[in-house]
Design a protein around this ligand. Structure first.
Ligand SMILES: C[S@@+](CC[C@H](N)C(=O)[O-])C[C@H]1O[C@@H](n2cnc3c(N)ncnc32)[C@H](O)[C@@H]1O
Length: 160
């Protein structure tokens, strides 16, 4: 059984621990992430919509990224893929998101686009991935914060 199925409260566990263990054994304190409630909403959305390809801008320590990859895993659709755009993952965040995914056996779903959104997002079009950004004009403050820190994008691969 996969980690995401074995541990339904996997993200809660990571958040309450408060750090990501890096490849050199040091601990990167979790900062800047979405809340547990937001992570659960994101994961549920990805799973229930049976997303195949997703993208987010701003990966940080990988809390939203873990939520998205868990949603993809649970949807169980072959060939699913998540793109995370972030110019600071390998510097400011010391690869914490990559480590977090690896520690939970979800790294195969993820690809880091190591640069700012305005340069990396257009490359997805070159790879025949269409991004449809969904914005929220209403809802709670929490929901809006979620949409901002995690730009929810429903993507579909274009026909070759
Ligand atoms: C609020 S944090 C994201 C939190 C993350 N979604 C989570 O739940 O753990 C904002 C992130 O945006 C990234 N960022 C800053 N400028 C960016 C840009 N131009 N394009 C993409 N990401 C950017 C930062 O490096 C940081 O990782």
């Amino acid at each position: 059984m996969k980690a995401a199925e074995r541990h339904p409260d996997l993200i809660g566990g990571v958040l309450s621990r408060g750090y990501v263990e890096l490849s050199d054994g040091s601990k990167r304190k979790i900062t800047d992430g979405v809340t547990l409630q937001e992570a659960d909403q994101i994961s549920e959305l990805v799973q229930s919509r049976e997303c195949r390809v997703t993208a987010e801008t701003g990966v940080a320590c990988g809390i939203s990224t873990l939520a998205i990859c868990m949603g993809l895993e649970r949807a169980g659709i072959a060939g699913c893929h998540h793109f995370g755009i972030d110019p600071n993952q390998l510097t400011t965040y010391s690869g914490a998101a990559l480590q977090l995914l690896q520690q939970h056996g979800l790294e195969r779903h993820f690809e880091l686009l190591n640069g700012p959104t305005h340069l990396e997002a257009p490359k997805l079009l070159e790879r025949k991935v269409l991004l449809i950004s969904r914005s929220s004009t209403g809802g709670t403050r929490s929901t809006i914060r979620c949409w901002i820190s995690f730009t929810w994008i429903s993507c579909s691969k274009l026909e070759a």
